[in-house]
Design a protein around this ligand. Structure first.
Ligand code: ZN
Length: 211
């Protein structure tokens, strides 16, 4: 893998570490952390800082019965969900979102394929497969879009993004990613708002596209 040059921002990393990031973005950050030693070190440092702040808080006495309730809750806790492991180009966080199965691609036209991994009030998470040299329809979005490259590369007005790179696109960016010529580009994309396409036809297709 070539060196990663586009990383997670401090604000996103802090939100991830404190657990305040929505599910779609959290999966992208977790997948990037599994690929990027530099950001994993930053996340561990942020977690240690958070832990030392907690250590400095004065301990509060437990109310009567709190210990019993805590022990009862631990007894009732369901076992943690099965943790997926990385498979091929897909980091563990992506395999978890895939339910441990390989992607089931759906054709979108022009050779572009996608699999929606989740779509709810927190936003959407999808895998995209873009043939070499092919452009994703130009779009902007009302919120934030994170795109992590898993294979191949794409370029747009913000630069070139290779494996492990994350593009952080805010709503003011009107971009048209084009996959590099050497092979298909597979990426993981998370949004917190529907995308807006400039061309008429993609807009008509938007309900089908579910983005
Ligand atoms: Zn990084």
């Amino acid at each position: 893998m070539t060196a990663i040059t586009h990383h997670i921002s401090d604000a996103l990393l802090d939100a991830y570490v404190t657990g305040s990031l929505g599910h779609p973005f959290a999966v992208v950050v977790a997948a990037h952390l599994s690929l990027c030693d530099a950001c994993r070190a930053r996340a561990e440092a942020a977690e240690m800082l958070g832990g030392s702040l907690l250590d400095r808080l004065a301990p509060a006495p437990l109310s009567a019965g709190a210990q019993d309730r805590l022990l009862a809750a631990l007894d009732d806790a369901s076992p943690p969900p099965l943790q997926s492991t990385a498979s091929g180009i897909f980091p563990a966080a992506v395999m978890q979102a895939l339910g441990g199965q390989p992607p089931k691609w759906r054709m979108l036209g022009g050779g572009i394929r996608q699999q929606i991994l989740s779509a709810d009030s927190q936003g959407s998470l999808r895998l995209l497969y873009i043939p070499p040299g092919r452009a994703v329809p130009a779009h902007s979005h009302g919120g934030l879009e994170l795109t992590l490259v898993l294979q191949g590369d794409f370029s747009d007005s913000e630069g070139r993004f290779g494996p492990g790179d994350v593009e952080i696109a805010h709503d003011e960016i009107d971009h048209q990613p084009v996959a590099g010529p050497d092979g298909p580009c597979i990426c993981l994309a998370a949004t917190d708002a529907p995308l807006r396409f400039r061309a008429m036809i993609p807009r008509l297709l938007q309900p089908l596209f579910r983005i």
